[in-house]
Design a protein around this ligand. Structure first.
Ligand SMILES: Cc1cc2nc3c(=O)[nH]c(=O)nc-3n(C[C@H](O)[C@H](O)[C@H](O)COP(=O)(O)O)c2cc1C
Length: 179
């Protein structure tokens, strides 16, 4: 898939088919995360991959809107060396999700509101942080299910704001002729 097209068409998917992700594809997805840039190339992440159904269910309990984790084919838990590496973690997570989408695999982040319990459950050191878990799975052939409809109800809005409302030139609020 063309990169720009992957970026424009990647929507967060929370309803997954009951289909495993082949190991070689999962490996490529994780490698996309590994290749992400980070501040001073510090690479402050470690990926815990959860595929065991019972553990996915438990993991989904650590987030208020993480029901989709329970039904995912796999969850990639981006464990950060410190909460201060959140932006690095975000870059890494986006690369993982875009690479997955390139292979036709849907994904959605899940915030771990009970992040200390999530970290302990994953066996990560208490100096580390598990801010986001990424659900991965092939999109369900019947499309959006109940989990999705619930999630969509809490969203601040659908779609994206117009580009012109998001861009300023040289100074905040300054428009640009013709762009
Ligand atoms: C930092 C972050 C945390 C998120 N946490 C959750 C979450 O806990 N549960 C959930 O269902 N979606 C979560 N999302 C997904 C957002 O709801 C989604 O990106 C947004 O609604 C746009 O979705 P769309 O690309 O499908 O339009 C999160 C997204 C981000 C960037």
């Amino acid at each position: 898939m063309h990169t720009y097209r992957a970026i424009l068409t990647k929507r967060d998917i929370r309803t997954f088919a009951d289909k495993a992700i082949p190991d070689d594809v999962l490996r490529k997805i994780l490698n996309a995360g590994r290749m992400s840039g980070s501040s001073r190339n510090s690479q402050p992440w470690h990926f815990v991959v959860v595929r065991d159904r019972a553990r996915l269910k438990t993991l989904s309990g650590f987030g208020r809107f993480a029901q989709h984790v329970a039904t995912a084919a796999a969850a990639v838990c981006v464990v950060l060396d410190s909460p201060r590496a959140a932006f690095d973690g975000g870059r890494c997570a986006q690369n993982i999700m875009l690479a997955a989408w390139n292979f036709g695999i849907g994904s959605c982040p899940a915030s771990m509101h009970r992040h200390d319990e999530a970290r302990a459950f994953l066996g990560a050191p208490d100096t580390h942080a598990v801010i986001t878990v990424i659900s991965l799975g092939y999109p369900h052939p019947k499309g959006r299910g109940a989990v999705e409809r619930t999630a969509l109800r809490i969203l601040a809005g659908r779609g994206r704001r117009p580009l012109a409302s998001l861009v300023s030139w040289e100074l905040y609020g300054a428009g640009s002729p013709g762009i």
